[in-house]
Each structure stands twice: as structure tokens, then as C-alpha cells.
Design a protein around this ligand. Structure first.
Ligand SMILES: [Zn+2]
Length: 280
């Protein structure tokens, strides 16, 4: 097919701990996506998951498309969006691994010995020993069979330098971690200023007038990839978290109030970790 396909990797157990998290409950990492933008013969992958097992599954899925992978684009410099790429890059050695020029130096910093040790402590034996680092794109354009995919630096999300990929002919935006789809948002370490900036980034996606938004983290039961719903829900979630934090409630109450508002959202560990970060 020509168009856009999404690979969804489910919630994965990891050795997370947070002050208010009940250690009797298994912590999980958010369900994550990788997106294949397909032309007639070639394809471009956006983001590449985290563990080697995920990378193997992602590769098998890409092979089913029958397309030749020409590039892999990483939306932002977080391990869970590119550490899993080793099997894919080994199978497609001619595919360029790239990111936005502003993100490249930050991505390079994610593969330090210390950072790799930390990720290995979360996912023992499941992480590549030498994750490939994306190179800086010389322009904001990424080509697929002569058509231009636009990479857009929107700014703050759960990391300061976040980009998205706009696919104009599909009215789609592959949003990385700027928009979340029915998963608790990674607001750990956020403050009122970065939360407001994150909402601005969601507005920047809306300004591209997409019909479809593919979120980097998507619940397997999410109903669709509808841009209006996803952008509205993501903005409202940030506003609600901001308001609940502003009440001065302790972390367990922040969690309880957000769960009451968002009972169906996946990965409660993310919320607990975010709440604890607001009450150190
Ligand atoms: Zn992420």
C-alpha cells in the first residue's frame, strides 16, 4: 500500500520505582509507536522503539510491507525512540539514520556509558550495547521518492527539542512525544512554564491542519488517530495536571484526581512518576 502504517509496541515491564508507586505493582513503560510512510517502492520510518526485541518485531513488520527502507527519522533524543533500531539498520544498511539538526547533538549525548548503564538497569540485557546515533539532516526536508516530508521543530514536549514530521499529501503529522493518544503524558520534571510551552507545541501541530496525528505513545485501545481529538485531549490533560499541581495536593492526591479524570488512560506509572516529581 501507499500511505502510512503504524507499528504499536505494547506496554513493557521495567524496573521503575517512584516514591508513591506501590512496589507490589509492576511498573510499565508506555506503549510506543513506529510509523512507516510508504511510497510505491520505498519507505521512510519515523522513530524506532527501545529494546532489541522490539527492533526484531519492527523489522519483521517492515519486511511485510515489501518496501525498501531509505531513511529512518528520529523525532527527538529519547532512548525509547531510537535505541531499538539496530535490527532494522542491520537489515537495511543503505537506510540513512537522521534527525533534525538541532536534535542530533542531544541524541549523541544519549549513548554515553552512564546513560546506557541506566537504560540497561531499567531493561536488563534488552538494550543494544552500541545504539546508532542519528545524523543531522542538512535541511528540514526528508525525501520519499522525490516527495518532500517536512520535519518541523516545534519545541517543548517531554523534552525541550521536539520535532514532528508533516506528510502534506496524507494530511498527517507523525508527532513523536508532542501528542499522546490515551496514555498518561510524561510530565515528570515539568513546571508551569514548560507545560505552557508544550501546549504551544500542540498548537503548532494544529496549525499544520492535519486530519491524522500519530502519537509516539498510543494505548492499544485508543479508538483512532484523529487529529482533533488527540490534540484537544493532550492540551486538556496538560491543563488539568497543571491545575491539580497548583492546588498544593500531595503526590498521591494528584494521582487520584488525574486518574478520576482520565480513568481509561494507559501507563499509570508515568502519572505517579510525574506527580512525585512535583513534590520532591
Ligand atoms: Zn517517548
Amino acid at each position: 500500500m501507499v500511505g502510512l502504517s503504524v507499528f504499536l509496541s505494547p506496554y513493557k515491564p521495567f524496573t521503575g520505582a517512584s516514591k508513591s508507586w506501590d512496589p507490589a505493582t509492576q511498573a510499565t513503560w508506555p506503549a510506543s509507536t513506529a510509523t512507516l510512510i510508504e511510497g510505491e517502492r520505498d519507505a521512510v520510518l519515523v522513530d524506532g522503539l527501545m529494546t532489541l526485541a522490539e527492533g526484531d518485531e519492527l523489522l519483521a513488520w517492515i519486511r511485510q510491507s515489501g518496501k525498501r527502507l531509505t531513511a529512518v527519522y528520529v523525532t527527538h533524543a529519547h532512548a525509547d525512540h531510537f535505541f531499538g533500531l539496530e535490527p532494522v539498520l542491520t537489515a537495511f544498511p543503505d537506510a540513512d539514520l537522521v534527525t533534525h539538526a538541532s536534535v542530533a547533538p542531544v541524541a549523541a549525548g544519549q549513548v554515553s556509558t552512564g546513560a546506557l548503564a541506566l537504560w540497561n538497569s531499567y531493561f536488563p540485557g534488552q538494550i543494544s550495547e552500541h545504539p546508532a546515533v542519528p545524523a543531522a539532516l542538512p535541511t528540514d526536508d526528508l525525501l520519499l521518492e522525490g516527495q518532500s516530508l517536512k520535519t518541523v521543530l516545534v519545541g517543548q514536549s517531554d523534552v525541550e527539542l521536539s520535532t514532528v514530521v508533516h506528510v502534506p499529501w496524507l494530511d498527517a503529522v507523525v508527532a513523536g512525544d508532542v501528542a499522546y493518544n490515551r496514555v498518561h503524558m510524561w510530565l515528570a520534571g515539568s513546571d508551569p512554564k514548560t507545560r505552557a510551552a508544550w501546549i504551544d507545541s500542540l498548537d503548532a501541530i494544529e496549525a499544520l491542519r492535519p486530519v491524522t496525528v500519530i502519537s509516539g505513545h498510543k494505548d492499544p485501545d485508543a479508538p483512532d488517530d484523529d487529529a482533533t481529538r488527540i490534540l484537544d485531549e493532550s492540551r486538556q490533560y496538560i491543563r488539568d495536571f497543571d491545575a491539580v499541581v497548583a492546588t498544593g495536593d500531595p503526590a498521591p492526591q494528584i494521582v487520584a484526581k488525574m486518574v478520576a479524570k482520565y480513568p481509561a488512560f494507559g501507563n499509570p506509572y508515568t502519572l505517579t512518576y510525574a506527580a512525585d516529581s512535583q513534590r520532591p
